[in-house]
Design a protein around this ligand. Structure first.
Ligand code: PMP
Length: 360
């Protein structure tokens, strides 16, 4: 049944693509390996489980709207004042909050493309105009991004490392870029994958640029800390920006269980970061195996690898699905494959080895 357009829905919704979450597939033999959402392969540590169970005793009460304990723990962890921290329902929630705080009609939001799928969706939803700057090869073209800034630009997103290519911009390049961007523009460094970075030349945005008046750094508990299901992200920014972004949080959106799990995760950070080390080792093993097998794979600083497959992308995703391996396909461009547990990565490597088309 075709419905007439509803007069009260915004025209923009006709064209805004729905966010497509990473899928799960099951092979005919019953195997299901999910490498499509850049999740941690590890379940919660016992201490985090206990914190979640304890928090579950209070589900009849609203959460602390200010996330005071978590804010204090983050301020301590990062050595910054609490007024510089804003919490969100995942860092994707914070992206939306940032846009709510900055994007008047007519505002332009600049970001590289291809990059994180949620950017175009959230920018279009905000009513602002997306201005996309093509990647150079697989990496950010910061010169072209600086040139794309106009009087109407409000925000530039720099995804570092970039999802889905895994490439990362270096400190000197980013410093030169930030020097060029006028102060009426907020630069958001989206560092969802920061904990997986091993190249010492790739900056920690908080440590290197956190003091700049127009820089906000986004981090998340979803990846390295393994709490994707609970939705907790944070921003570290100058107080003026953090105050504005806190105002745009849907009241109580950072739930009580998420706050408790995030606090417990910070307390268990050493163990969690050891798991990240193991994932990084796996990443290098996977990339080396692919290279040895004749694939071209950009250097990745995140918990995934990128295979530029062009017209073969759909076939690759189908071949993987037939083996029960879910990857994230970007039709016509390539596939992003998360680094999981060793046996899951082996299942992906088997698919890649058998695939007839290399991307060299
Ligand atoms: N930024 C980037 C670059 C991401 O890849 C993701 C998740 N895929 C997010 C932000 C959002 O993560 P979350 O909302 O779970 O914090």
């Amino acid at each position: 049944m075709s419905e007439p357009n509803s007069p009260y829905l915004r025209d923009a919704l006709e064209t805004i693509p729905a966010y497509k979450p990473g899928r799960t597939v099951v092979s005919p033999g019953g195997r299901s390996v999910k490498l499509s959402s850049n999740e941690s392969p590890y379940g919660p540590l016992p201490s985090v489980r206990e914190a979640v169970a304890a928090a579950a005793a209070d589900l009849n009460r609203y959460p602390d709207a200010a996330s005071a304990e978590l804010t204090a723990a983050l301020a301590h962890r990062f050595g910054v004042d609490e007024e510089r921290i804003a919490l969100g329902a995942g860092s994707v929630g914070l992206l939306q909050q940032i846009l709510a705080a900055t994007a008047d009609p007519g505002a332009e939001i600049v970001y590289a493309w291809r990059s994180f799928e949620a950017y175009p969706l959230l920018v279009e939803l905000s009513g602002a105009a997306p201005v996309t700057v093509p990647l150079r090869g697989e990496a950010h073209d910061l010169d072209a991004m600086a040139e794309a800034v106009t009087d109407r630009t409000r925000v530039v997103f720099v995804c570092n490392p970039n999802n889905p290519t895994g490439t990362a911009v270096r400190e000197s390049e980013l410093a030169a870029f930030l020097d060029r961007v006028p102060e009426h523009v907020l630069v958001v460094l989206d560092e969802a994958y920061r904990e997986y970075v091993r190249d010492p030349q790739v900056p920690d945005g908080v440590a290197s640029f956190g003091d700049r008046p127009n820089v906000a750094v986004l981090r998340t508990f979803s990846k390295a800390y393994g709490l994707a299901a609970l939705r907790a992200g944070f921003m570290i920014a100058p107080p003026r920006i953090a105050t504005a972004v806190r105002k745009t949080l849907v009241p109580f959106a950072v739930n009580h269980v998420a706050q408790a799990a995030a606090v417990a995760s910070l307390a268990a950070e050493k163990e969690l970061l050891e798991r990240v080390d193991a994932t990084v080792k796996e990443r290098e093993r996977v990339r080396d195996a692919l290279l040895a097998d004749g694939w071209e794979v950009p250097t990745t600083e995140a918990n995934f690898v990128w295979l530029r497959l062009g017209e073969h992308t759909g076939d690759f995703a189908a071949a993987a699905a037939a083996e029960g391996v879910a990857v994230r396909a970007f039709p016509g461009e390539g596939a992003r494959v998360s680094i999981g547990a060793a046996e899951d990565n082996d299942a992906f490597l088997d698919v890649a080895r058998e695939f007839p088309h290399r991307n060299r």
